[in-house]
Write a protein that binds this ligand. Sequence first.
Ligand SMILES: Nc1ncnc2c1ncn2[C@@H]1O[C@H](COP(=O)(O)O)[C@@H](OP(=O)(O)O)[C@H]1O
Ligand SMILES: [Mg+2]
Length: 273
Amino acid sequence: MDSIAEHHGSWGRSWFSYGGMGDIQVGDLQRAIDLAGSAGKKLLELRAQAGELGLEGHALKDAGDKVSQQYLDRALRELNPEDAILSEEALDDKRRLKSKRVWIIDPLDGTREYSEFRSDWAVHVALWENGSLVAGAVALPGLDLVLGSDDGQLDVAEINGRPVRIAVSRTRAPEVTNQLAQHTNVELVPMGSAGYKVCAVARGEVDAYIHAGGQFEWDSAAPVAVAAGKGLHTSRIDGRALEYNRDDPYLPDLLVCRADLKDTLLDAIREHS
Ligand SMILES: Nc1ncnc2c1ncn2[C@@H]1O[C@H](COP(=O)(O)O)[C@@H](OP(=O)(O)O)[C@H]1O
Ligand SMILES: [Mg+2]
């Protein structure tokens, strides 16, 4: 069975794994998959109750961030007490800079889309160890999917003259992608959430995701781990390597694409930036 399909519907298992593990050893990747899936399930439950709780707009965004952050933080501290955590929703105490292992999490990526009752939002859980990302999971609760960094190579067909489909932010598409759409054979596909967009590449729905203008390590760590597992190209938009657990977690741009499009897209970005 395809391993994305295996992760599909794994949430029952994930409830079991946090709170009932006892002495059973769970691998880091399975832990990331379980925790992202369970946090996603909590977010869906919260949203289903939004009406009766009187939550909408900013209040729903804040409640979602909080519910998922509290769940992930508590679970990671209890399950991996030696490890450090870098989260969008917590103060960065920099303990992570002296730690060998750091969980990089975005409890709710695509907060805006979550609050608009759309399905393009995600939960990110990645593990950085000794200089590189070693495991990552992205939950897409709106699609009932959890993608892990072990999901195997993506099979792709030749582009064959059709437009290259590039996922971009639906609210702040970068100028460089507008330029690409004007001057090259490119179709822009707007959607919310960095994790959702990277997974759209990993699922073969689009050919690339380009972002520029601002982002942080938690927006891309788990998605990039998933993409690398799929054999996709991942880098800054100038081709430099993406680095994680840096002192300053600002990581403003990235390119995730099918490996066969890497040179074409890096050249096009250079020409039209
Ligand atoms: N210019 C910018 N500066 C900082 N963060 C940005 C950004 N553009 C996008 N992001 C972050 O990247 C994620 C995906 O954005 P988008 O949906 O527009 O593509 C969002 O994460 P959060 O929803 O976790 O805040 C958003 O905040
Ligand atoms: Mg984010």
